[in-house]
Design a protein around this ligand. Structure first.
Ligand code: PRE
Length: 389
C-alpha cells in the first residue's frame, strides 16, 4: 500500500512506537487530553511551579528561577522582547531549586500561574479562570510570549484559543504548537458574548469607529456592517476597551466583554452583538509536562503528520482510525511553511507544483488504549512498508 505517514508528534510507552520528524527538531510528543470535565483532568495534571516572582523580568539576571511580572499597578504583559532575553537552549533553563519548592496545583488551581494573550478582561483570561478558578493569570502581549512563558518556567500553564465556532481555527496557534515544546493537557470551552462598549453617556449612533480583536470583529461582522462602523484591529478585546477608555474619543467604541466594560469604566451600549447566538471559543491548556494518559476516563489525543502525494492518501490514513472505531473530533491542515511546494513530475506534461500540507487530527482515545496504539502503529507501519519495498 502506498501510504506514507510521517507523524510529527505522537508517543506511546511501547518502544516500537516512537516517532518524530527530525528536521523540525521536534521531540516526539503526545498531545493527549481529557475532554470530559475540568475537575477530572486537573487532578491528573502534574504541575510544577517556580517560586513566586518578586520582581520584573530582566534579561540580565537570567540564572535564577524567580522571573516574573512585577505588579506596580499598571498592567504589565510579558512581551517577546522580554522573553527572548532568556536562555535559547531550553536544557539550560532554570529549574525549581529543590523538591520542597515543587508544589502540585490544587484542584481549584490556587497555586497555578497561567499565561494568556491579552490584558485583564480578555476572553482568554476568563478561559484561564474557567480552567483554574483560583489561578494567578499572567497577561502576555502575543501568543508566542505565552508559549515562551511556560517554557521559561515563568508560569505553569498557558491557555490559548485554538478554534471559534463562528470564525474557525486560530491558525497562529496551530503553527506555534509545532515550534514550541509544550504539551496539550486539557481544553476549555467558553461562551463568547460580545458587547458594544462606549465612553459613559455615549449613544450607539454617535460611534463611527469600533476597535477589537480581529476574531471578535469577524464574529460580529453583520452587526457592525449594519451599523456602518469602521473596524479597527487591536491585539485583544480588552485592549480595545482600554484604548477607548483612555482616548476619551466619544465616536470610538469597542467590541469586548461585559467584564472589560467594568474594568475600563465603559458603558455597555448593546449586548450579544455576535452574528451567531451560540458563539463558542475552544481554548487549549498547555504545559511543559504531558499528562499520563490512562483508561479511567475519556481522553482526546492530537497528532500531526504529512502524507505522500497520491489519490486517496488522506482517506487511507484516516482509515486507521475508522477501522478501530475511533472517532475523530477535528481535522485541520496547514501548509508546510519550511517546504511549502512539492514538485510533481507529470510525465508528459512536465512538472507541477503543489502545496505540501501538515494534517492535524484530534481523536477520541487515550494513548493508553490498545486501539489508539494500534491505529498510530498502523499509520507508521504503512510508512515503513513503503520504505521496505
Ligand atoms: O481578544 C480576546 O479577548 C481574546 O481572548 C482573544 C479571542 C481570540 O483570539 O479568538 C478569544 C476569544 C474570542 O473568540 C475573541 C478573541
Amino acid at each position: 500500500m502506498a501510504l506514507k505517514a510521517n507523524p510529527i508528534w505522537g508517543y506511546a510507552k511501547a518502544p516500537h512506537f516512537h516517532v518524530g520528524v527530525p528536521d523540525l527538531g521536534s521531540r516526539p510528543r503526545v498531545f493527549s487530553l481529557d475532554f470530559r470535565g475540568l475537575n477530572k483532568w486537573e487532578c491528573c495534571c502534574v504541575g510544577v511551579s517556580a517560586q513566586t516572582p518578586q520582581r520584573a523580568i530582566s534579561p540580565v539576571e537570567d540564572e535564577k528561577p524567580t522571573h516574573g511580572v512585577e505588579s506596580s499597578g499598571a498592567i504589565q504583559r510579558l512581551s517577546d522582547m522580554e522573553l527572548t532575553g532568556f536562555h535559547k537552549d531550553l536544557n539550560l533553563l532554570p529549574k525549581p531549586l529543590s523538591a520542597t519548592e515543587l508544589s502540585s496545583p490544587s484542584c481549584d488551581g490556587s497555586k497555578v500561574r497561567v499565561a494568556y494573550q491579552g490584558i485583564p478582561g480578555a476572553y482568554s483570561e476568563s478561559a484561564a479562570r474557567k480552567a483554574y478558578p483560583k489561578c494567578e493569570t499572567v497577561p502576555c502581549e502575543q501568543f508566542e510570549a505565552a508559549f515562551k512563558a511556560v517554557e521559561l518556567w515563568l508560569v505553569d500553564k498557558a491557555v490559548l484559543p485554538i478554534e471559534n465556532s463562528v470564525g474557525g481555527s486560530i491558525h497562529r496557534n496551530y503553527d506555534l504548537l509545532l515550534r514550541h515544546r509544550l504539551h496539550i493537557v486539557g481544553e476549555v470551552q467558553l461562551v463568547i458574548n460580545h458587547c458594544l462598549l462606549g465612553l459613559p453617556g455615549v449613544r450607539k449612533e454617535e460611534l463611527i469607529r469600533v476597535l477589537s480583536h480581529p476574531q471578535a470583529l469577524a464574529q460580529c461582522e453583520m452587526t457592525l456592517s449594519n451599523l456602518g462602523m469602521v473596524r479597527v484591529s487591536t491585539d485583544d478585546t480588552a485592549g480595545a476597551a482600554q484604548i477607548v477608555s483612555s482616548s476619551g474619543e466619544r465616536d470610538t467604541g469597542a467590541v469586548a466583554s461585559a467584564e472589560a466594560a467594568k474594568i475600563y469604566g465603559l458603558d455597555i451600549l448593546s449586548e450579544k452583538i455576535q452574528d451567531d447566538d451560540d458563539n463558542i471559543t475552544r481554548f487549549l491548556i498547555l504545559a511543559r509536562e504531558p499528562i499520563i494518559a490512562g483508561t479511567d476516563r475519556p481522553y482526546k489525543t492530537s497528532i500531526v503528520f504529512t502524507l505522500e502525494e497520491g489519490p486517496g492518501m488522506l482517506f487511507k490514513a484516516l482509515a486507521v482510525f475508522a477501522l478501530r472505531d475511533i472517532n475523530l473530533t477535528k481535522i485541520e491542515s496547514r501548509p508546510q511553511r519550511k517546504r511549502p511546494l512539492r514538485i510533481v513530475d507529470d510525465s508528459n506534461k512536465g512538472s507541477a507544483k503543489y502545496f505540501d500540507y501538515l494534517f492535524y487530527i484530534d481523536f477520541e482515545a487515550s494513548m493508553a488504549e490498545e486501539r489508539a496504539q494500534l491505529a498510530l502503529g498502523h499509520l507508521q507501519v504503512s510508512f515503513l512498508i513503503l520504505h521496505d519495498m
